[in-house]
Design a protein around this ligand. Structure first.
Ligand code: NAI
Ligand code: MG
Length: 354
C-alpha cells in the first residue's frame, strides 16, 4: 500500500464544497488501487484572515514543504480585496515552490456541448501552459500619492530569459508527450510590449529549434482570443505569460463547455517542492453554500495530481469515471445544464469508478 501525504487547502466559497467531494472520490479510487492518503488540512483563507490578519501563517511554505502535493480549492472572499487573498496565499505558494508551469487542459468531452456550433467530442483538445512565477504577476511596483486625487501606480512585469525558456520547453515536451497535433502556439503581445515579450519571442525561437518534430505558430493575444473561438480545434499546446495564460484558460474552459470542468496543475517539474493541484475557477460567491457547484474541475485536477505522483492507474481511473459520468448525460450540475447537486455528481462519479 502506497501512502501519499497531501496538504489540503479548501479555501473559501465553493472551495469548501468541491474539496470534500474530491477527497471522497480520491478515497474511493485509492481503495481500489491500493493507495492511501494522509490528509493534512490547512484552514487558510478568508476566515483565517479575519482571525489572524493574514491569509497564511509566516511559516506557511515551511509547513507545506514536506507534503507530496497540495490540493487547493479556491481563495477569494467578498469582504477582502482580491489582491490581498491572491497575493497572500496563492501567488506565494506558486512562486515559493517554483511551480513555474501551470498546465490547464481543455477537452470537449463526450456528453458536453460546446457553446460553439458543430464540434464533436474530442475535436477540441488543447492545453494552455501558463508561466506561473513571474511575468505580469511578479508584484513589483508601488503607489505614489496613494488615496489622493492624483495618485499614481506603477507595476512592472518581469520576464527573464531563464523563466521564458523553461516554461516554453515544458510546453514543447508536453506537445511531444501528448497524443495530439504536435503543435505549440506561443502567445504574446510583442508588437506593443516591445521589451518583455520580444525577449519571450527570442526564447521561443531558440527553444523551438530543439524540437523540429513540433509545428509552431506565434500569435498576438488578441488574435489568439479570436482564434480560440474561430478555430479551437487547431490548437494543441498553447504557451503564454502569466496574465495571458490566465485569461486564455478561462476562454478555453468555456469553449469546451464549462469552467466547472477546467482543471489545473501548478508544477515544479524539477520536483524539488510539492506541486499544487486546483481547479481553474474561483470561489463562485454567486452559487457558494448551495451545494450545486460542479466538483469535476477539482476532480480532474486530482487525476492530474495522481498522474504527477506516478499513481497513473488511479489517476486514469478517476479521469475515466469523470468522462463516463459526463457521457451518460444524466447526472450533472447547472453549469452543464443539469439540476444535480455536488453530492449527486460525486456519487455518480464514484459509481463509475472501475
Ligand atoms: P469564479 O470562477 O469564481 O466564477 C465565475 C463564474 O463561473 C460564476 O458565475 C460561477 O458561479 C461560475 N463557476 C465557477 N466555478 C464553478 C463550478 N465549479 N461550478 C459551477 N459554476 C462555477 O470567478 P469570479 O467570480 O471572477 O471570482 C470569484 C472569486 O474567486 C474572487 O474573489 C476571485 O478573486 C477568486 N478567484 C480565485 C481563484 C483561485 O483561487 N485560484 C481563481 C479565480 C478567481
Ligand atoms: Mg484565472
Amino acid at each position: 500500500m502506497k501512502t501519499f501525504t497531501i496538504a489540503v487547502i479548501a479555501g473559501d466559497g465553493i472551495g469548501q464544497e468541491v474539496i470534500p467531494a474530491t477527497i471522497e472520490l480520491l478515497e474511493a479510487a485509492g481503495a481500489r488501487h491500493n493507495i492511501s492518503f494522509d490528509w493534512r488540512y490547512f484552514d487558510w483563507g478568508g476566515d483565517y484572515y479575519f482571525k489572524h490578519g493574514a491569509m497564511v501563517p509566516a511559516n506557511a511554505l515551511e509547513l507545506l514543504a514536506p507534503h507530496d502535493a497540495i490540493l487547493l480549492g479556491a481563495v477569494g472572499h467578498t469582504s477582502i480585496p482580491d489582491n490581498v487573498t491572491l497575493n497572500g496565499l496563492l501567488l506565494p505558494i506558486r512562486r515559493g515552490f517554483d511551480q513555474y508551469a501551470n498546465v490547464r487542459p481543455a477537452v470537449l468531452f463526450e456528453g458536453v456541448d460546446s457553446p460553439l456550433r458543430g464540434y464533436k467530442a474530442g475535436e477540441i483538445d488543447m492545453v494552455v501552459v501558463r508561466e506561473n512565477t513571474e511575468g505580469e504577476y511578479a508584484q513589483i511596483g508601488g503607489f505614489l500619492y496613494q488615496h489622493q486625487p492624483d495618485e499614481v501606480a506603477v507595476q512592472s512585469s518581469v520576464f527573464t530569459r531563464r523563466g521564458c525558456e523553461r516554461v516554453i520547453r515544458h510546453a514543447f515536451e508536453l506537445a511531444r508527450a501528448r497524443n495530439g497535433k504536435k503543435r505549440v502556439a506561443s502567445i504574446t503581445k510583442s508588437n506593443a510590449q516591445g521589451y518583455s515579450m520580444v525577449l519571450w519571442d527570442r526564447a521561443f525561437d531558440a527553444v523551438s529549434k530543439e524540437y523540429p518534430d513540433i509545428k509552431t505558430e506565434q500569435l498576438l493575444v488578441d488574435a489568439a482570443a479570436m482564434n480560440f473561438v474561430r478555430r479551437p480545434a487547431s490548437f494543441d499546446v498553447v504557451v503564454g505569460s502569466n496574465l495571458f495564460g490566465d485569461i486564455l484558460s478561462d476562454l478555453s474552459a468555456i469553449v469546451t463547455g464549462s469552467i466547472g470542468l477546467a482543471a489545473s496543475a501548478n508544477l515544479d517539474p524539477a520536483r524539488r517542492f510539492p506541486s499544487m493541484f486546483e481547479p481553474v475557477h474561483g470561489t463562485a460567491p454567486d452559487i457558494a453554500g448551495k451545494g450545486i457547484a460542479n466538483p469535476m474541475a477539482t476532480m480532474f485536477s486530482a487525476a492530474m495530481m495522481l498522474e504527477h505522483l506516478q499513481a497513473r492507474e488511479a489517476g486514469q481511473a478517476i479521469d475515466a469515471a469523470l468522462r463516463a459520468t459526463l457521457a451518460a448525460r444524466d447526472v450533472r450540475t447547472a453549469d452543464l445544464g443539469g439540476t444535480s447537486s455536488t453530492a449527486d455528481v460525486t456519487q455518480a462519479v464514484i459509481r463509475n469508478l472501475r
